[in-house]
Design a protein around this ligand. Structure first.
Ligand code: DQA
Length: 146
């Protein structure tokens, strides 16, 4: 049975394509999902791909990933910079987690330079747009020896 990777997306990422295209590009979340499914299939993973604007829903899904997934990729969006709840959920889930951002958060406002998620992630990929999701899947495949 193929290993499952959870790919979770936080608030406002449902608006990709039209949201601040100068920062996030024109790629939609549906495009990113299709790309992740193709990369996951190539590397032998089942992909669970979800988005929520709600912090508690993301906590529920991280807990679920801890129960059923071999790896977690998360773009926590704005909750990156605010959420102790996501930090605690990822710490407790103890599933290898890669943090992804489309934009280079370090080249942006100072409030985006701190992440509550990075200390509980195995690695962080930012600044490469949608390609970052592919890189994260490849990084987890490598980490898991898949
Ligand atoms: C983001 C960066 C965050 O600072 C921002 O709040 C987002 C998107 C990114 O993918 O670049 O919503 O996570």
């Amino acid at each position: 049975m193929p290993a499952t990777l959870f790919i979770l997306n936080g608030p406002n990422l449902n608006r990709l394509g039209t949201r601040e295209p100068e920062t996030y590009g024109r790629t939609t979340l549906a495009d990113i999902e299709a790309q992740c499914r193709a990369t996951g299939a190539r590397l032998g993973f089942d992909i669970v791909f979800r988005q929520s604007n709600h912090e508690g829903t993301l906590v529920d899904w991280i807990q679920e990933a801890g129960d059923v997934a071999r790896g977690l990729i998360i773009n926590p969006a704005a909750y990156t910079h605010t959420s102790v709840a996501l930090h605690d959920a990822i710490r407790t889930a103890a599933v290898p987690t890669v943090e992804v951002h489309l934009s280079n958060v370090f080249a942006r406002e100072a409030f985006r330079h701190h992440s509550y998620v990075s200390p509980v992630a195995v690695g962080v990929i930012c600044g490469f747009g949608a390609k970052g999701y592919d890189l994260a899947i490849e990084a987890l495949a490598n980490k898991l020896g898949a």
